[in-house]
Write a protein that binds this ligand. Sequence first.
Ligand code: PMP
Length: 485
Amino acid sequence: MGQDGILQPIGNRLALGHDVSRTFSLPLLAAFYPFLSASIPAKKGLSMTKDEILLAQKEFLFPAVFNYFKDPLVVSHAKDQYVFDIDGNQYLDFFGGIVTVSVGHCNDQINAKVHAQIDKLEHVSTVFVNEPQVALAQKLAQITPQQALRKSFFTNSGTEANETAILAARCYTGSTEIIALRHAYHGRSAGTMSLTGQSTWKLGPPQAGVVHAVNAYCYRCPFGLEYPSCEVKCAQDIEQVIRTTTSGRVAGFIAEPIQGVGGFITPPKEYFKIVTDIVRKYGGIFIADEVQTAWGRTGSKWFGIEHWDVVPDIITSAKGLGNGMPIGVTIARPEIADAMKGVTISTFGGNPVVTTAAKAVIDYIEEQNLLRNTEETGAYLRGRLIDLKDKYQLIGDVRGMGLLQALELVEDRRTKVPATAATLRMMEAARENRIMIGRGGLYGNVIRLSPPMNIGRADVDEFIERLDASFAKVEAAMLAGSQRT
Ligand code: PMP
């Protein structure tokens, strides 16, 4: 399995110990890789053909670098809400490079500022002061909830942002123990894999000092209860977790406001207030991992956690902040940032080109009033998805906020058996219908949608039409299959 979908097994690796772009026999290769078509000329400035790219990928990358689809989609270029493959097909992108292309591919306004900066100052490292990094940090301090989180530390990824947050929590509290949630995803370092709550993503030995509480997964309540009569038992249970599985003094609680890789699992409105009060009572701080939910994605607010009326102590983010440029950020209350005594450095963190891009993204979101767009267009998308749920039994749950919406697919609405195979078929059908969607969830049965935040209703209509056609195809195939057996 892959992080955001299924791993397509690599099978027998070819021992091409030479330049694949010049010498290989297509018929021979086609025997190994039936999806390879006749060699297709390079597109848009690419110097390799599709087949050469696919072969080089298999030969020279770790097989852990998984791809969607049996016949992997080789991307050539992209613009705004559209992605083009090397065969010249155009896709309407409703996944945004895994919740990352926040304001459209190769956005002209952002890229003009990036081009200007790259010609002016490309790198200097944080041991020399530079304006783009400081300007971004200042802007972030203005938009955090109640302007309470005022100091930033920049890195290159969400993983590093979370590592920094955990370190800061431990320095500030003097405690080491962290509470994380089941079904969470927090990164790929040893520490953040330990925080992660899905076996697929825990590759190495776990680090000590992390316990996992049950998450607020109302569709599959871990206590078998119904909201609201459950009185949000999953939140109340955190007190028992602290008292029975920790020393009773914790460094903090880390959670995604909406669990992203987990399948856009969205807690009820009381959840974070209850949990935060408990965690603070036992000396801990609250870290909101907003790698997927920040920057207006959830509609009307800059940060997802604002929908729960809680001010966290640290926010971490990455992905959408750079619209594709690699950036991670840990934003903390000043006293927590100040508690990280000593010195630390991230060579590329705060890079002037990347921070220029990030500041440009925030300015663009403001200028284009995208917080309103994610709320309004998100509500429209949600309505159209609910209509599809009425039409297709396969859809068990529609959830999310703003332009972060998911469909959980089940074989039977009563038993809720995860429809993992059907979800894979949906991925292929969606590709045939030229839309890009994501996959997630512990069982790989959740379709994740996170289009660029500047799309409009016409894009939603086009997308729904194609998604509808994809569901129709999958349901028809399933029906034909069940009639045969
Ligand atoms: N936290 C969350 C919520 C994420 O979704 C991810 C990435 N999927 C990460 C952390 C890790 O980010 P990165 O891949 O940039 O290290």
